[in-house]
Design a protein around this ligand. Structure first.
Ligand SMILES: *[C@@H]1O[C@H](CO)[C@@H](O)[C@H](O)[C@H]1NC(C)=O
Ligand SMILES: *[C@@H]1O[C@H](CO)[C@@H](O)[C@H](O)[C@H]1NC(C)=O
Ligand SMILES: *[C@@H]1O[C@H](CO)[C@@H](O)[C@H](O)[C@H]1NC(C)=O
Ligand SMILES: *[C@@H]1O[C@H](CO)[C@@H](O)[C@H](O)[C@H]1NC(C)=O
Ligand SMILES: *[C@@H]1O[C@H](CO)[C@@H](O)[C@H](O)[C@H]1NC(C)=O
Length: 587
């Protein structure tokens, strides 16, 4: 009895100290004590290809009202692979794409069949949540290459109720095919996909609200992704065209254009590799891009209303107060920046930054959290919110949902991509032979945001490099990576050190991150310098460590592979200060 009382007061104390609910749940498991009310419900809304950088959220007043004003906005939230399927598999497993090896939208490197082959159908978030006592529901797009032919070979596991959009009709706004539970696929010809998903989402929400267990409901509308009509060919290829809004939204925003930032169709080429070779866009292309941009904002209006409808239903059921609502997108989007046609698949801010809002019990209202967070962190965050101890194979860590969060934070995002760049829209045929696919878009990068620095460093499969200092170059127009080894006296500095010294640190960090697993992905400096208290780029830039970093093998590729082929990806293992090597050994 005494022990129980002590344990209970320990739990109260950890709560008062703001210690993560993980600690509490471990304590609760150890002593078999449940001091809490029922576990919270979770409503997860994930849009498709919604940008943060091009201002999409400014056009969704209901999302602002319900989620930004009533919840926390994570203003430095990033995806780790800017392509739907890899990004979603990473999100639902909490693992980097180099650990899922689902790196593309279709086999052999990705898509639903690859997800199944890799064993994730038995091992991903909804399965874990069901095991933890949740009822789980999903409607909308799950993965790519989840088709009218393979949806039952096998069925997706982990959901008490599901109604999935299926390829090749996933992106056909006016002829979507959905597939419910174990029923055969059904075509919704002539109905708008957002109307269809709204009805399905409300149905599952009602089922969930009637259940006795806490629920996890995901609603994954396809907007504002491009429209794809598998029967319509344009110039001999299927085109990913502008999204199709609901009729009542078709004429909104007539004067709105893509923001004319410095990197919009710039006079000078920018970026590296194939991006640098893009021609400047003429007026017809610019006009088309503006139309495409407006179509996305219009298509998002349906999502704005969907969110409003779902929240009203929660409110009516009196469950809103015990429900977390998470809103995000699978990857971002660019239109015209760096002269690019509409699309994603790049490492620029437009493609990797996405909106993330969370509202719910204990989460501050109208708060902006600027800690770096990623999609790999979302499964660990949901575990944390549900009071489930984290898995050891998570490459991410729970994010700070409260301002006094005492868990682990990180300053980096590991960005990775394999294979083709995918161009969208009428003028997307810029690849070989007018194809909308550009080969050799394989790169690895690290996005780093800390006190006094804001950087993006990448290595491409042809061994080109990029280094952008976003504190002075927010639009990533000036690649600082030196074209020759010769240092220039008035070259920019990073935290007071030369570019070449900074690059040694960034490269070593990327070397760790590109093959990290579990904890190494969360605390990468610790893999390099476990003997020192190096936690950040700032720490690592200490002059004492120059020789150590100068000796590191460098990130490089042997060739451009379309998937995660280790042999093509150069050195895998950094030198480490482990095994008792003293610093004198490196000087
Ligand atoms: C949901 O599925 C889980 C796992 O199969 C099961 O234990 C639970 O009872 C189901 N909930 C409902 C409401 O059927
Ligand atoms: C709509 O989709 C169905 C398949 O679900 C297909 O059979 C039909 O031909 C499509 N209709 C049009 C107009 O493309
Ligand atoms: C503008 O550029 C597009 C894409 O290169 C091209 O197809 C089109 O003919 C050009 N239009 C004019 C008016 O030059
Ligand atoms: C793509 O990379 C491969 C292998 O590294 C190379 O052989 C090929 O020439 C490259 N293609 C283009 C279009 O750059
Ligand atoms: C990833 O999958 C591809 C395709 O099956 C395979 O060739 C490759 O070796 C795999 N990579 C790793 C690291 O397992």
């Amino acid at each position: 009895m005494k022990l129980l009382a002590a344990a209970a007061s320990l739990i109260v104390a950890t709560e008062a100290a703001g210690i993560g609910s993980n600690v509490q749940s471990v304590l609760q498991q150890v002593i078999g004590l449940d001091t809490h009310q029922p576990k919270p419900n979770i409503l997860f809304v994930i849009t498709d290809d919604q940008d943060l950088e091009l201002d999409s959220v400014a056009y969704t007043p209901l999302i602002q009202k319900h989620l930004r004003d009533k919840g926390t906005f994570f203003c430095n939230h990033f995806v780790t692979t800017a392509l739907c399927c890899p990004s979603r598999v990473s999100l639902w497993t909490g693992r980097q794409a180099h650990n899922t090896n689902v790196t593309d939208v279709r086999p052999p490197y990705g898509g639903y069949p690859k997800f199944v082959d890799r064993g994730f159908n038995e091992n991903f978030l909804p399965v874990w949540l069901q095991e933890a006592g949740y009822d789980t529901y999903y409607t909308g797009k799950l993965f790519n290459a989840h088709t009218i032919d393979n949806y039952h070979r096998p069925h997706v596991n982990g959901f008490n109720g599901s109604d999935f959009l299926l390829d090749p009709y996933t992106y056909t706004y006016l002829n979507a095919t959905y597939q419910r539970n174990h029923d055969p696929p059904m075509s919704y010809e002539g109905q708008h996909t957002i109307d269809v998903i709204t009805e399905k989402a409300l149905g599952f929400l009602d089922d969930a609200l009637q259940g006795e267990r806490p629920f996890f409901v995901t609603v994954a509308p396809v907007a504002p992704h491009s429209n794809v009509d598998p029967n319509a060919m344009e110039t001999g290829r299927i085109t990913m065209g502008a999204p199709v809004p609901l009729e009542r939204h078709q004429h909104l925003f007539e004067d709105v254009k893509v923001p004319r930032t410095e990197h919009f169709n710039p006079d000078e080429p920018s970026g590296v590799s194939w991006i640098r070779d893009l021609p400047q866009q003429n007026q017809s292309v610019i006009d088309y891009n503006d139309h495409f941009y407006r179509s996305r904002l219009r298509a998002l209006q349906g999502v704005d209303e969907l969110v409003d409808t779902l929240i009203k239903r929660l409110e009516e059921s009196n469950k809103l107060d015990n429900t977390y609502i998470i809103y995000t997108s699978d990857n971002g989007f660019h239109i015209g920046q760096h002269r690019l046609p509409p699309g994603k698949t790049c490492g620029f801010e437009e493609d990797i930054r996405v909106p993330l809002f969370i509202r719910g019990p204990g989460i501050p209202e109208g708060y902006v959290q600027d800690s770096v967070t990623t999609h790999i962190d979302l499964a660990p965050t949901i575990f944390d919110l549900a009071g489930i101890p984290p898995r050891s194979d998570f490459d991410g860590t729970a994010i700070p949902v409260t301002p006094d969060f005492a868990g682990r934070r990180h300053e980096h995002v590991t960005v990775e991509y394999w294979g083709k760049g995918i161009m969208e829209g009428t003028f997307g045929g810029i690849g070989p032979g007018g194809s909308s696919m550009v080969p050799n878009n394989t790169y690895k990068s690290v996005r780093l945001l800390g006190e006094g620095y804001n950087l993006y460093y990448s290595v491409w499969c042809n061994n080109e490099h990029e280094l952008y200092d976003l504190s002075t170059d927010p639009y990533q127009l000036h690649n600082l990576y030196p074209s020759s080894a010769q240092a220039d006296d008035d070259e920019p500095r990073i935290l007071g050190r030369s570019l070449s010294q900074a690059i040694t640190r960034l490269d070593a960090l990327l070397l760790v991150l590109k093959s990290c697993q579990g904890n190494t992905c969360i605390e990468p400096w610790n893999a390099l310098q476990p003997e020192n208290s190096v936690r950040s780029l700032r720490d690592a830039l200490d002059k004492r460590y120059d020789a150590f970093y100068e000796r590191q093998p460098q990130v490089s590729f042997d060739w451009c592979a379309a998937g995660h082929i280790i042999e093509a990806e150069g050195p895998q293992v950094p030198l480490t200060s482990r095994y008792g090597l003293s610093w004198d050994n490196w000087v």
